[in-house]
Ligand binder design. Structure first.
Ligand SMILES: Nc1ncnc2c1ncn2[C@@H]1O[C@H](COP(=O)(O)OP(=O)(O)OP(=O)(O)O)[C@@H](O)[C@H]1O
Ligand SMILES: CC(=O)C(=O)O
Length: 575
């Protein structure tokens, strides 16, 4: 009889952390960037089980009993299901409506909603094509247009039985932008061009900047990147009101373009007055997440969290890592937040572009070691804004983010103002699904679980994952706060995590987490009756089959049908 041996082996540090920071330090000005190396102590434990129900009481030593997997064929079947990924049906119906994905993708898709997608028809189609989170970019549109989208997403959620879309409000932040121009200007290499803090200037060789301290923040020798690096200019001289530059990379300058200074962040607060107004709008509309732009330190996250607490608002905070100043503070910023977004657009403008993939990997590793959500954003299918098929490099980019273990991958212009928003979601879905099918099950990152060590729920999440991976089952969890579902997600089990919750807000929020299928269900006092209804629901939706086994976990912060001190994992057969 074979035994299941559960081994946890935790490595000591994040391998890329030190080298990336050192490189960034060398390459950037000012040289005061302090790098933090996240040293973590090694830990290893080994447990052997026997029996298909593991229980532990906090007061008593954990019962350690050997177990044997009953049926190897189930593993083979599960593997077949995981690997036998069919390409997403290419057949759109006559109306261009994509049929629903048949396989459960684990990596979640975030779609920016804009002029191409802000109608009821398009929100429905995006949702059915695979959107998991709708992002509202507060740099564009007004409250009325965003309100319309929020209402549509809520309407979709209210009528959908088996799908839910989370809402993410992305703050504008302290963006520095050039002013309005009567018409686009062509900038040629070597020409002189001036930025002025005087308002309303827009000529062939001078344009306004929307930020009064611009002149103080830049120095002679700095490189100014325009429109995310589409053009660049070297600062040659300054006056009290203006910055004179030489064009290094030319192009067409349009109205209100982003300006970044290589290696420097603007000395503006991360949350501006406009942002506070937008944040209040998010509170009033009960959005699920804020994506906070240009976070530079943990202070601003604490400030926002305190504000949300004072409003009794249950909204999670995703920090956007895009400013040069955030890099030395990555650890404390992510610790203070609920997750991070690798905002590669501005990140690649403030830092040397070759640092972006290294930082992406580092931020994903860091988030995963801390049990935080992580999203990779920007340019993922950029060419699909105008073309119906992606470049091979874009497809590889999605695959890399999936392999690195990102919870979410994001579409920006592709869905906001692109010509092929549904096709972009379809491509993202298919590539993510295909890539996931090649990721071997049971592989946990070596540093996972550091923040939760000695926590009973963490131990149960770990062992539930080991058990479901060994038996090839899905995991079923009942959660009121979402905590246990998030914990399970961070162990990345091979099977789906079906998270049943009696809180609509929790169901919506869980839509972002890797591998989690959130289901809203009222809980009754009778646990057995609730379990039966849950398994019935899954079976009716075709998510599990009769005779299939599932791992059922009862643990977490808020006990449901159990004593505070009792946690357990069971294996149940769907009847
Ligand atoms: N709510 C909206 N209303 C109108 N246009 C939008 C909206 N959201 C996004 N867009 C358009 O889609 C583009 C891409 O969206 P994204 O969220 O990437 O904006 P961004 O990163 O702020 O880009 P940019 O620097 O061009 O403003 C925007 O530049 C804008 O033209
Ligand atoms: C998403 C975003 O803001 C960026 O990539 O800069």
């Amino acid at each position: 009889m074979s035994q299941v041996v559960a081994t946890r082996s935790i490595q000591t540090s994040l391998p890329t952390t030190r080298s990336t920071h050192e490189r960034v330090q060398k390459l950037l000005k000012p040289p005061t960037f302090a790098s933090k190396v996240f040293q973590q102590k090694g830990k290893c434990c080994r447990l052997v089980f026997r029996s298909s129900c593991i229980s532990a009481r906090k007061s008593a030593p954990v019962e350690v009993v050997p177990v044997s997997p009953e049926d190897d064929s189930k593993i083979a079947e599960q593997l077949q299901r995981l690997h036998g990924v069919l390409p997403f049906s290419d057949a759109s119906n006559g109306n261009g409506m994509w049929s629903k994905p048949t396989f459960k993708r684990k990596t979640k898709i975030v779609c920016t909603i804009g002029p191409s997608t802000d109608t009821k028809e398009m929100i429905w189609k995006l949702a059915e094509a695979g959107m998991n989170v709708a992002r509202l970019n507060m740099s564009h549109g007004d409250h009325a247009s965003h309100q319309k989208v929020i209402d549509l997403v809520k309407e979709y959620n209210a009528q959908s039985k088996d799908n839910v879309i989370a809402i993410m409000l992305d703050t504008k932040g302290p963006e520095v932008r050039s002013g309005d121009l009567p018409q686009p200007i062509n900038l040629t290499v070597g020409q002189e061009f001036t930025f002025t803090i005087q308002r309303g200037v827009g000529t062939a060789d001078c344009v306004s900047v929307n930020y009064d301290d611009f002149v103080n923040d830049v120095a002679v020798g700095d490189m100014i990147l325009v429109d995310g690096g589409m053009m660049s200019m070297l600062v040659k001289s300054k006056t009290e009101n203006s910055v004179k530059c030489e064009v290094v990379d030319g192009g067409e300058l349009k109205s209100r373009r982003h300006l970044n200074v290589r290696g420097k962040s603007a000395t503006l607060p991360s949350i501006t007055e406009k942002d506070w107004d937008d944040i209040k709008f998010g509170v009033d509309n009960k959005v699920d997440f804020y994506a906070v732009s240009f976070v530079k330190d943990a202070e601003v996250v604490h400030e926002l969290k305190n504000y949300l607490k004072s409003c009794n608002a249950d909204i999670h905070v995703i920090v956007k890592i895009e400013s040069a100043d955030s890099i030395p503070n990555l650890h404390s910023i992510i610790t203070a937040s609920d997750g991070a977004m690798v905002a590669r657009g501005d990140l690649g403008a403030e830092l040397p572009i070759e640092e972006v993939p290294l930082l992406q990997e580092e931020i994903i590793n860091l988030c995963r070691s801390m049990g935080k959500a992580v999203i990779v954003a920007t340019n993922m299918l950029e060419s699909m804004i105008v073309h119906p098929t992606p470049t091979r490099a874009e497809v590889s980019d999605i695959a890399i983010a999936v392999r690195e273990g990102s919870d979410g991958i994001m579409l920006s212009g592709e869905t906001a103002h692109g010509k092929f928003p549904l096709k972009a979601v379809k491509v993202m879905h298919t590539v993510a699904l295909r890539t996931e099918a090649t990721i071997p099950g049971g592989q946990m990152p070596p540093n996972i679980g550091q923040v939760f060590k000695n926590h009973m729920s963490e131990m149960f999440a770990y062992h539930a994952t080991m058990m479901s991976n060994t038996l090839g089952t899905s995991t079923v969890v009942f959660t009121r706060t979402g905590f246990m579902a998030v914990l399970l997600s961070h162990y990345r089990p091979s099977g789906t995590i079906f998270a049943f919750t009696d809180e609509k807000r929790v169901q919506q929020r869980l839509a972002l987490y890797q591998g989690v299928t959130p289901v809203y269900m009222e809980f009754s006092d009778d646990s057995e009756e609730t379990f039966r209804r849950a398994l019935d629901f899954l079976q009716k939706q075709g998510m599990v089959k009769i005779g299939e086994e599932v791992a059922l976990v009862q643990s977490g912060r808020q006990p449901i049908w159990r004593f505070q001190s009792t946690h357990n994992i069971q294996v149940r057969k769907v009847q």
